[in-house]
Design a protein around this ligand. Structure first.
Ligand code: ADP
Ligand code: ZN
Length: 606
């Protein structure tokens, strides 16, 4: 049978899509292959069809039990002998599968990576004929990928243990760095099948959260999409609950989905979502395997953690090819909150650096003044032209010429990096630029650099914004393997020479005035964290003493403390709003908190 005949007979489809046929051909000829297709692109057939055409067994490695089960059920329905081995099975069930395996009765075996790499499993597999290893969600093997899973790492051994069996790595999200990591760990001289990530029917829009943005969401749904299905993504379960309540109160029939619900509730809501048009308010828990073709809109009311997440979540809209909308509301509060969670998490340092950098790239996209699609595709290594179907193309935002500032920052990064072969991180470079006097700057003699203090006129926050745009346009490289230190790239040369201009967007500042002070302009990242911790502390003290927070300390006082970082109570004197009495009351515990913060900083980047 030809591959077309297999497609027709087992799957009922008339023709291949995109690069499916070519990828299948490569595997049939015995080559390794890298398959990059957006979600819904039809990756599974790329290994399922060779599995049916070749003699022996195809082993599919996948991290998700639910997806494995679905696929196996579907294949069995089509009369294909497939099975899965996973931790949710009874001993009886897995023994049955093992027996079929040893007898050579299976065409496809779906298995989790940790199960595959057990000695017992490897020894059974070495006895039978295997025609292909297909590694699904292959980006999980990359530390740079947004969903690194340690158990994927062992898959590097497949090359050595089964050198003659072809391997196929499949993923829906991989920028260039991730792609190279997948290839080097899993494949040998692979054929590459990279389908465009463009989803031209999706219209991208991004807004900074202003007062009443939830009412804009309500108007958007009620006005244009009352009879459509859509998903509203929230950062946390609590947010999902409160956003859903808000929508309900406004007469929108919203369902909820997050990991805090019972599995019965989740199943019921998911089913309802598939059955009739409605709005699902959800965390990222709602997603994997959602293949509803007519989702008309995706709204993010909180910023996703990475561009990969954003792309994957918005990619659930418009699968039917008809016009669909992706609207994002982002706020700097979300960002600081997320940075704080990352810093506080138990994860290792490398992981934290990667995650922080990804978050910054996402913000860089949100703040951009140019075509969203160009930037989005560029992130995944694809070149394209302005699309005419995003907010920035439709209504070009007001911009300002920031060429001189960009040059200042670039040359400061360059000067700093010349004094240390690896370079320095964002906070340090910007502190030098702003002429801050701190120990680290003296220690490195960076107060003697010609760029010291030439950026005093602007806040830390402003420089951060310039930096994010420089990074997202590849003028500056961030070394995520080493404390996110910065280096200037070749690409920056024309800008430094003045042959190119650099514009940034000017935002409607009017909207922001009513926001709470949680992101002070002059605090650097680590000071923001301290400020956040001080506020938590204040909340607790106020609760215990049954007084209002501002009677403990005002925000302004906490900002001053975060800037000065006194280690002993006596050093608090002189900060506005702090007298003898407050020092006696709170001095000890404030300094304790600050000293703990210093401890954490020891593990922080340069
Ligand atoms: P991915 O794994 O890339 O997200 P799937 O392999 O799950 O995508 O395929 C997505 C959907 O497209 C499935 O319902 C699948 O049956 C369908 N599909 C895949 N290839 C074809 C094709 N050549 N013709 C029609 N439908 C296809
Ligand atoms: Zn555009």
């Amino acid at each position: 049978m030809t591959s077309e005949e297999v497609l027709k007979r087992y799957f009922g489809y008339n023709s291949f899509r995109g690069l499916q046929k070519e990828a299948i051909q490569a595997v049939l000829s015995g080559r390794d292959a890298l398959v990059l297709m957006p979600t819904g692109g039809g990756k599974s057939l790329c290994y399922q069809i060779p599995a049916l055409m070749k003699e022996g067994l195809t082993v599919v490695i996948s991290p998700l039990i639910a997806l494995m089960k679905d696929q196996v059920e579907m294949l069995r329905d089509s009369g294909i002998n497939a099975a899965t081995l996973n931790s949710s099975q009874t001993f009886q069930e897995s023994r049955q599968v093992m027996r079929q395996l040893a007898n050579g009765e299976l065409k496809l075996l779906y298995v989790a990576p940790e199960r595959l790499m057990t000695p017992k499993m490897l020894s059974i597999l070495s006895e039978i004929k295997i025609n292909l290893f297909a590694v699904d969600e292959a980006h999980c093997i990359s530390i740079w990928g947004h969903d690194f899973r340690p158990e994927y790492k062992q898959l590097s051994l497949l090359k050595e243990k089964f050198p003659t069996v072809p391997r196929m790595a499949l993923t829906a999200t991989a920028d260039e760095q991730t792609r190279e990591e997948i290839v080097s760990r899993l494949l040998v001289n692979p054929a590459r099948f990279i389908m465009s990530f463009d989803r031209p029917n999706i219209r991208y829009r991004m807004y900074e959260k202003g007062k009443g943005y939830l009412d804009q969401v309500v108007n958007f749904i009620r006005g244009e999409h009352l009879h459509d299905s859509g998903i509203v993504y929230c950062a946390t379960r609590k947010r999902a609950e409160s956003v859903a309540a808000h929508l309900h109160a406004c007469g929108i029939n919203a369902l909820i989905y997050h990991a805090g619900l019972t599995s019965e509730e989740r199943d019921a809501n998911q089913e309802a979502f598939f059955e009739h048009p409605c709005v699902m308010v959800a965390t990222v828990a709602f997603g994997m395997g959602i293949d509803k073709p007519d989702v008309r809109f995706i709204i993010h009311v909180d910023m996703p953690k990475s561009i990969e997440n954003y792309f994957q979540e918005t990619g659930r809209a418009g699968r039917d090819g008809k016009a669909a909308e992706a609207v994002l509301y982002y706020g700097l509060e979300d960002l600081i909150q997320q940075r704080y969670f990352i810093e506080q998490s138990e994860a290792d340092d490398l992981y934290k650096q990667v995650t922080l950098q990804k978050l910054d790239s996402m913000l860089g996209l949100a703040e951009a003044a140019s075509c969203r699609r160009v930037l989005l595709l560029n992130y995944f290594g694809e070149k394209s032209e302005p699309c005419g179907n995003c907010d920035n193309c439709e209504n070009p935002p007001k911009t300002q010429d920031a060429t001189v500032d960009a040059q200042k920052l670039l040359s400061c990064i360059y000067r700093c990096s010349k004094t240390n072969s690896l370079g320095f991180g964002a906070s340090h470079v910007i502190n030098v630029l702003r002429g801050e006097v701190n120990d680290r700057i003296f220690e490195k003699n960076h107060d003697e650099l010609p760029t010291f203090g030439i950026g005093r006129a602007h806040t830390m926050k402003y420089w951060r914004k310039i930096l994010r745009q420089l990074v997202s346009r590849h003028y500056v490289n961030v070394n995520y393997q080493f404390w996110n230190v910065l280096t200037v790239t070749e690409r920056a040369k024309p800008l430094l020479k003045g042959e190119e201009k650099f514009f940034i967007r000017v935002d409607g500042l009017g909207q922001l005035s009513s926001r709470k002070v949680v992101d002070h302009e002059d605090l650097d990242d680590s000071e923001q964290i301290l400020f956040h911790q001080l506020r938590q502390w204040r909340k607790e003290v106020a609760r215990q003493r049954e007084i209002a927070s501002y009677n403990v300390f005002t925000d302004e006082t906490l900002i001053q403390i975060a800037k000065r970082k006194p280690r002993q109570p006596s050093q608090l004197l002189g900060i506005s709003g702090i007298g003898e009495k407050r020092i006696a009351h709170y001095g000890e515990s404030v300094c304790e908190l600050i000293n703990a913060w210093y401890q954490e900083q020891k593990h922080m980047p340069i």
